[in-house]
Write a protein that binds this ligand. Structure first.
Ligand SMILES: [Ca+2]
Length: 350
C-alpha cells in the first residue's frame, strides 16, 4: 500500500515536471518595446499585443517621430484602446544624446497617429524613467527579456551605459534601424539611427548581438491596397483604427511614388513572433558618427575582416587581414506576403 502510494507520488511528480517543462517551452516571450509612436509603431504595438507568442511587459517611449510628451500620450492611448492598462508605459529621454531632435509629422500626421484622435487615455504612466525601468525588468527576468527598440536608440544607450551588465542578461535585442544598402533619410542613413547616431554606436558595441531589421528590408515588406481593404472590411475598434492608419500611411507613400507602405516597425515585432519570416547574416556593424555625407549610416562588414596595414618606411603595406567579431545579425530579406498575412490576421482576429 505504502509502495503504491510512493509510486503514485512519483508518477504524479513526473507528470508535473513534464507539464512544467512543456509550458516553459511554450511560455510567451517577455518583450519590452521602446518606441516613438508613430504610425508604424502603433501597428507594431497592436501586433505585439494581439500575438500569443509575446508578453508585452512594457512600452518605453523615446522622442523620434514625435516629441517625448506626444509620444507618451500616444503610447497610453494605444494601451487604452487595447484594454491593456496592465502593460507598463514609461517616458524616457527628452532629446537625443548629442543633437537636436528631428520629428516626422510629415510621414506620421500631426499627432504621429495619422491625425486620428483616439479617446483620452484611461491607463496611467509609470513614474519610473524608461531606461531605469528597462534595467529593472531585465534584472527581474534575467535571460528572458527581448528588447524591441523601434525608435531612435537613446533610451537603450542610456540603459546600457548606466548598467552595462544588461547586455549579458537580455534574451535578445531586435532593432528596427539601419540599412546596409542606402538610407531612407538620405543616401546613407536610416531615420532611427540618423536621429541619434551616438546612441546607436553605443548600442551596437555594448557586447550583445543585435538583430538588425533595417529600412532596406522594411521597404521590401509592403502593406498594399489589398491588405488595407482586408483591414477595412473588418469592423472592430482596433482594426478600424489600424485601417485608418494604414490608409493614411499608404496614401502618403503613394504620393511619394511608392507602390506600398514600408512595414518597418511591425516587421521587427514579426521577427520576434516568427524568426523564419526573415533571413539573417552575422556581420560586424559600426555606426558612422562623423561623415560629411554619411553620419548615421550603419557600416556593415560583410567579409568579417579588415585589411591589416603595417607601416614600412614611408608607406603602409597590407599584411593579411584582421578578423572582426560579429556584433549583429543583419536582416537581408523577408517573406513580405507571409508577414502581411500574419499582420492582418492578428489585427482582425481572423
Ligand atoms: Ca518607430
Amino acid at each position: 500500500m505504502k509502495r503504491l502510494r510512493i509510486t503514485s507520488i512519483l508518477v504524479l511528480s513526473m507528470v508535473l515536471v513534464m507539464l512544467t517543462h512543456g509550458s516553459a517551452q511554450t511560455a510567451p516571450r517577455r518583450v519590452i518595446i521602446d518606441t516613438d509612436p508613430g504610425v508604424d509603431d502603433a501597428m507594431a504595438i497592436l501586433l505585439a499585443l494581439h500575438s500569443p507568442e509575446l508578453k508585452v511587459e512594457a512600452l518605453t517611449v523615446v522622442p523620434g517621430n514625435v516629441e517625448a510628451a506626444q509620444g507618451l500620450e500616444n503610447a497610453l492611448k494605444l494601451v487604452t484602446l487595447a484594454g491593456r492598462c496592465d502593460v507598463l508605459v514609461a517616458g524616457g529621454a527628452l532629446h537625443p544624446l548629442n543633437q537636436k531632435l528631428i520629428t516626422a509629422q510629415f510621414w506620421h500626421g500631426r499627432n504621429g497617429l495619422a491625425g486620428v484622435d483616439l479617446p483620452a487615455p484611461q491607463c496611467k504612466a509609470d513614474t519610473r524613467f524608461g531606461p531605469d525601468l528597462i534595467i529593472e525588468m531585465i534584472h527581474r527576468y534575467p535571460h528572458e527579456i527581448t528588447l524591441i527598440p523601434i525608435g531612435p536608440l537613446t533610451n537603450i544607450a542610456l540603459a546600457v551605459s548606466k548598467d552595462p551588465g544588461i547586455a549579458f542578461l537580455v534574451k535578445d535585442i531586435v532593432i528596427m534601424g539601419g540599412s546596409i544598402t542606402g538610407g531612407n533619410v538620405n543616401g546613407a542613413a536610416e531615420a532611427n539611427i540618423y536621429n541619434d547616431p551616438e546612441a546607436a554606436q553605443i548600442v551596437f558595441n555594448a557586447g550583445w548581438t543585435v538583430t538588425m531589421i533595417g529600412s532596406d528590408v522594411g521597404e521590401r515588406t509592403l502593406i498594399t491596397r489589398k491588405y488595407v481593404t482586408q483591414l477595412q472590411a473588418n469592423h472592430a475598434p482596433e482594426s478600424d483604427f489600424i485601417a485608418k492608419l494604414a490608409d493614411f500611411y499608404l496614401t502618403r507613400s503613394e504620393k511619394s511614388g511608392y507602390q506600398g507602405a514600408a512595414m518597418y516597425d511591425p516587421l521587427a515585432v514579426g521577427v520576434v513572433i516568427d524568426p523564419t519570416l526573415v533571413t539573417l547574416k552575422n556581420m560586424h556593424v559600426d555606426v558612422e558618427t562623423k561623415g560629411e555625407f554619411t553620419r548615421g549610416e550603419t557600416v556593415a562588414n560583410r567579409m568579417g575582416s579588415d585589411e591589416n596595414n603595417v607601416l614600412h618606411g614611408d608607406h603602409y603595406e597590407i599584411e593579411g587581414v584582421v578578423a572582426l567579431k560579429p556584433n549583429a545579425r543583419v536582416c537581408l530579406a523577408s517573406d513580405g506576403d507571409r508577414f502581411l498575412r500574419l499582420f492582418v490576421s492578428r489585427i482582425t482576429g481572423k
